[in-house]
Design a protein around this ligand. Structure first.
Ligand code: PRP
Length: 212
């Protein structure tokens, strides 16, 4: 009898795409899976226990070993730098991290400010550019910051570009392309390697199919 696996899933926009990918790989998830409000969902048939976490917290659950596997955006991995392995680029939830702000504006010469959900990524980026900025951490609706004068620039995810456009903001620089990744706890990877390798293989087939 094969052992149970716990998988940390990111609640929100990645969730549906991740569930769809698992289905395409032949895993049998119940039809009500995406609509449930439960935070722990056991799928007896596959011996999967899903835990539904905030995207930014997925690597934390995996690093601590309470989840064997997790699905996390590259943006979260860049910001969190956890002790986990990245197994697969799932090539879903395609977007990118960018610097944006009000059009035709320069950064403040004396004390430039950058608002973001990704303080480490933003600080590293501006340091590399040789620019000293004050990074202001926000938890969402980042686009508000330049509109009301909290910051000169933002560092945020751009997906369709709609949020920037509808708020009259423009993109200044693209920082990095982002997709979702399958991540694993290093100990789980060692002791549950057969099951995990099988999952990776099945997902890989779907991904190469889509790409190829
Ligand atoms: C993300 C991101 C942008 C928006 C980009 O926010 O922070 O605000 O989506 O998507 P778009 O380019 O398709 O408009 P999210 O909806 O995750 O909510 P948040 O404001 O709480 O971060």
């Amino acid at each position: 009898m094969s052992e149970w696996l716990t998988i940390a899933m990111p609640k929100g926009r990645i969730f549906d795409e991740a569930a769809e990918l698992l289905r395409q790989a032949g895993f049998n998830l119940p039809p009500e899976f995406e609509d449930s409000r439960k935070l722990i969902i056991d799928v007896e048939e596959e011996k999967f226990r899903f835990i539904l976490a905030k995207p930014m917290d997925v690597p934390t659950y995996v690093e601590h070993g309470v989840a064997d596997l997790g699905i996390a955006g590259k943006d979260v991995m860049l910001e969190e730098e956890r002790d986990i392995y990245e197994l697969l680029d799932l090539q879903i939830s395609d977007c990118y991290l960018a610097v944006a702000g009000l059009p035709h504006t320069n950064m403040n010469d004396i004390a430039p400010k950058v608002a973001t959900k990704y303080p480490k990524v933003a600080a590293a980026y501006f340091r590399e550019q040789g620019e000293q900025v004050e990074v202001i951490k926000l938890n969402g609706s980042i686009e508000l910051a330049p509109l009301i004068g909290l910051s000169d620039r933002i560092v945020d995810i751009v997906s369709t570009g709609r949020t920037l456009k509808e708020n009259g903001l423009v993109e200044y620089e693209k920082i990095e392309t982002i997709t979702s990744r399958l991540i694993v706890n290093p100990v789980s990877y060692r002791i549950k390697d057969r099951r995990i390798s099988e999952i990776v293989e099945r997902l890989n087939l779907v991904i190469s199919d889509v790409v190829g």
